[in-house]
Design a protein around this ligand. Sequence first.
Ligand code: IPE
Ligand code: IPE
Ligand code: MG
Length: 250
Amino acid sequence: MSQAASILPEPAADVPAQPPRHVAIIMDGNGRWAASRHLPRVAGHREGARAVKRTVSAAIRHDVQWLTIYAFSSENWRRPAGEVMDLTGLLRQYLRTEIAELASNGVRIRFIGDRDRFDAGIRDDLAQAERATVGNTKLNLTVALSYGARAEILAAARAMGEAVRQGRLDTDALTEDAFAGFLSTDGIPDPDLIIRTSGEQRLSNFLLWQAAYAELVFLDVLWPDFGDEHFAAAMADFSRRERRFGARPG
Ligand code: IPE
Ligand code: IPE
Ligand code: MG
């Protein structure tokens, strides 16, 4: 894994004319990063938070307007209590120390996922971070926390069923767009590019509805080592993809 850089795709010589509007990232490999250094897993998560800062800057430099990061899945609650505590502790620290800088860089932050599973203190911090950055337009950063796509889709189906039952929605109006409006990503464009680090090639319950036509890039780098060059390599890979959306190539 230390040689990850050597197996990254070569950056394209030409700058992509159409950068992806929305990049989503499955930030994986913190534990393996720590284990390879004989460090506790929390050290990997701490270093992973630094990689988030680098990634936000890279997204802004590359003119990406929407960035979504998968920080904690609904299934990650199944990890040992000590690791869950470490992760929620780091989240709280991040929210207390980084929001001012994000705000001053023009970043609007949103959270998707089941925030009811966090304690009241964290829920307040999440709401406060959203409020403090609501007017920003440079980069829309969405953090998926306690997020699982199946739970999201099920909740949307329930809410839509309820709207029909109450007569607020007609069954004829049950379109894909109407359904998307019940998802937690309402108002957020679908991701154009999904990057996963750590060499794993799966979505792990991330944005299953929204990912229908996303380009997938799997990088053999552990998340704490992710930097500018990896972001640039994924963008270059994206620029070489031919997106067809089911139509015949022109
Ligand atoms: C990603 O790193 C962070 C979270 C899922 C919270 P991991 O903790 O999954 O690291 P690995 O996959 O065990 O290396
Ligand atoms: C996916 O990583 C979730 C996040 C990156 C937050 P996991 O490490 O939890 O995924 P699996 O268990 O390898 O599929
Ligand atoms: Mg993992």
